[in-house]
Design a binder for this molecule. Structure first.
Ligand code: NDP
Length: 322
């Protein structure tokens, strides 16, 4: 089968298109023929070695497709089932062997591409909004990178709840997309100081929660725009990792809460995985959550996909098609 392989960590160029044997499913695994693999920022962290993975590895944390073989112990899925998963390496390939208890069924109102696009970013937006900081109607949220993959979904979910959403983006094109998704206010944080703007937009009160995936370049100011006892949900570092941090700063800035959550801990059990993915798929099928799948690349062009994502050229979801 064709697959993308990383033999040594580094820039996008370390991702090579290679021929590998089709994986043999272990007794608890199912073999999935991929229809699409999602591209996520975490794939860049694995590729560059910021997150460790044993070498060589096939990158990709998210996929959707059809079951073509099952291990002896597998009962939860069968041949021909349409399934999706997130959070396990190996999706940048024609086939992947996946533990059956990590697979979820794709409902009939959701296409394979939509499923591949929704699993990781959709469930992330869902847990951030409902569990990390259960956002209320009366609250204001600041969402950084509001036209990104997670960003556009977070904005829609927050808007649907009825909360006020302030989004940051780098360009006018991205501003329009975030507005269309439901952002009430947009700050072009490459041109204006988002701290001053957010304070102005909230009449000096500050926001209830910041969903910050940008990290290094936004973290300090994000703390400054929170109301006392507000929640800083730092869930990524697209601009780089946040340097070491003294917790006393949280006291000084208003007894703030800081969390650095990860999707894995919010879909740790089978029940939670099924419930969360089911909720996301349900909203997609009902037209309440719109996916923007603009950037679809052949598997062989994984390098280009990563360059575009890291170069801030993309909006919404990126997919690789094997
Ligand atoms: P995005 O589509 O959001 O792409 C990243 C965006 O970040 C860019 O488009 C850009 O938007 C913004 N950005 C700001 N500064 C930079 C920079 N210096 N370099 C590159 N991009 C920058 O990616 P994803 O939706 O895949 O992921 C978003 C973030 O969420 C990532 O940090 C990822 O690791 C994290 N994440 C965390 C999860 C968790 O559970 N903790 C799960 C899923 C994702 P703009 O041009 O508007 O500034």
């Amino acid at each position: 089968m064709k697959a993308i392989q990383v033999k040594q960590v580094g820039g996008p160029e370390v991702m090579e298109l290679v021929e590998l044997p089709v994986p043999q499913p272990k007794p608890n695994e199912a073999l999935v023929k991929l229809a699409a693999a999602g591209v996520n920022f975490i794939d860049c962290y694995h590729r560059e070695g910021r997150y460790k993975a044993p070498l060589p590895f096939v990158p990709g944390q998210e996929g959707a497709g059809v079951v073509t073989a099952v291990g002896a112990e597998v009962q939860s899925v069968k041949l021909g089932d349409r399934v999706a998963w997130a959070g396990l390496l190996g999706a940048y390939a024609e086939y992947a062997a996946v533990p059956a208890d990590r697979l979820v069924p794709i409902p009939s109102g959701v296409s394979d591409q939509q499923a591949a696009a929704a699993m990781l970013q959709g469930m992330t937006a869902h847990y951030l909004l409902h569990d990390t900081h259960p956002l209320k109607r009366c609250e204001t949220a600041l969402v950084h990178a509001a036209a990104g993959g997670v960003g556009l979904l977070l904005v829609q979910l927050a808007h649907n709840i009825g909360a006020r959403v302030i989004g940051t983006v780098s360009t006018e094109e991205k501003a329009k997309l975030a507005r269309d998704a439901g952002a009430d206010e947009i700050i072009l944080y490459t041109q204006a100081d988002f701290e001053a703007e957010t304070k102005r937009l909230t009449g000096g009160k500050g926001v209830d929660v910041v969903y910050d995936s940008v990290g290094k370049t936004t973290f300090d100011k994000s703390l400054n725009v929170l109301r006392p006892r507000g929640m800083m949900a730092l869930f990524g570092g697209s601009s780089g990792a946040v340097p070491p941090f003294d917790p006393i700063i949280l006291t000084q800035k208003g007894s703030l809460f800081l969390t650095r959550p990860s999707l894995g801990h919010y879909i740790a059990t089978g029940e939670e995985l099924v419930a969360r993915s089911g909720a996301v798929f349900g909203m997609i099928a009902a037209g309440k959550l719109k996916l923007r799948i603009e950037h679809v690349y052949p598997l062989a062009e994984a390098q280009r996909a990563h360059r575009d994502l890291e170069g801030r050229k993309t909006t919404g979801k990126l997919l690789l098609i094997p």
